[in-house]
Design a binder for this molecule. Structure first.
Ligand code: DOR
Ligand code: ZN
Length: 350
């Protein structure tokens, strides 16, 4: 039987887009209400490539937070072919940078400055291995000859396997995995390879992009996959394996950027993030495993303390608004105008 309430240690979001400026101010409270910490993606325009820039961005995030929160942004650097080896030592020394993000150039939103040829960043990866700084991977190839639904699988074969061979001591997170292939590869790997899984990839398959017409609000990258892959992701997330943990990839875009002749990739889920994961775990009959996935495996991998305060979820449906404000415009969230089965009970901040 499903419990009416579920109390768990406060979770963290290990993959989040907070944007900057007015957009940052619009969205950050949703995350801060639910999570103690979040790994913040560096794909701003221009990208966050140095520790000094990451520290400035962190200050802007802290300034945009509501007063009653102890939320901590964990910063990342955007890896480019110009990243200096010395920057990795600086990252290791800093209290604010926790990982480096690899975008294949052209793979997704603001990835133009990403890496074209992996071998060009080998010296930086060596420094990361030496300093034990984790590398976060957007794991898709960008070769236009590869079918969009195969980009993750081909990335694993062409890039991830050789990378593991060459840098076996480097801690890696394969971000927002979407395929049974990724699940299998990560499950069998040593503990220094992990993966994050989004709520939307647990709840939706690729039919959601085309239900009743084309729905740009269900377009994200990596793109939603077929049902057998969704089932594999649910199995991984609810398996209890420390290889898998929560990362929403919540990625706000204003409506006009999504509802366009060439719309941006990204699904906004920060408004209901842990509630949506609770739905997915409930559907799998594994609510008892939500806490480990959401609150334990991430800090264990990043070698950070687990959170001490707790949140309570209630099995009470609520209707998601049609829109949230976003930088003078609006953003259509996941489940807009529809219900989410779980609610977050207000609790005092830690
Ligand atoms: O769907 C996505 N949106 N995938 C990404 O990798 C980037 C993100 C964004 O920044 O909008
Ligand atoms: Zn992302």
């Amino acid at each position: 039987m499903t419990p009416e309430r579920l109390e768990i240690s406060r979770p963290d979001d290990w993959h989040l887009h907070l944007r900057d400026g007015d957009a940052l101010t619009s969205v950050v409270a949703h995350t801060a209400r639910r999570f103690a910490r979040a790994i913040v993606m560096p794909n701003l325009k221009p990208p966050v490539t140095t520790v000094a820039q990451a520290e400035d961005y962190r200050r802007r995030i802290l300034a945009a937070l509501p007063a009653d929160t102890s939320f901590q942004p964990l910063m990342t650097l955007y890896l480019t072919e110009d990243t200096l080896v010395e920057e990795i030592a600086r990252a290791k020394e800093s209290d604010s940078v926790f990982a480096v993000k690899y975008y294949p150039a052209g793979a997704t939103t603001n990835s133009q400055s990403g890496v074209r040829e992996l071998s060009r960043v080998y010296p930086v990866l060596e420094a990361m291995e030496r300093h034990d700084v984790p590398l976060l991977l957007h794991g898709e190839v960008t070769d236009p000859d590869i079918d969009i639904f195969d980009r993750e699988r081909v990335f694993i074969e062409r890039h991830l396997m050789p990378l593991r061979e060459r840098f076996s001591g480097l801690r890696l997170v394969l971000e927002h995995i979407t395929t049974a292939d990724a699940v299998e590869f990560v499950s069998q790997a040593p503990a220094n390879l992990a993966a994050t899984i989004t709520a939307h990839h647990l709840l939706l398959n690729r039919n959601a992009i085309f239900e009743g017409g084309i729905n740009p609000h269900h377009y994200c990258l990596p793109i939603l996959k077929r049902e057998r892959h969704r089932i594999a992701l649910v199995k991984a997330a609810t398996s209890g394996s420390g290889h898998f943990f929560l990362g929403t990839d919540s990625a706000p875009h204003v409506r006009s950027a999504k509802e366009a002749s060439c719309g941006c990739a990204g699904i906004y889920t920060a408004h209901a993030a842990i509630e949506l994961y609770a739905e997915a775990f409930e559907q799998a009959g594994r609510l008892d495993r939500l806490e480990a996935f959401a609150s334990f495996h991430g800090p264990d991998f990043y070698r950070l303390p687990r959170n001490e305060d707790r949140i309570t979820l209630e099995r009470k449906a609520w209707t998601v608004p049609d829109d949230y404000p976003l930088a003078g415009s609006t953003c259509k969230p996941l489940r807009a105008g529809e219900s989410v089965a779980w609610s977050l009970l207000e609790t005092a901040a830690s």
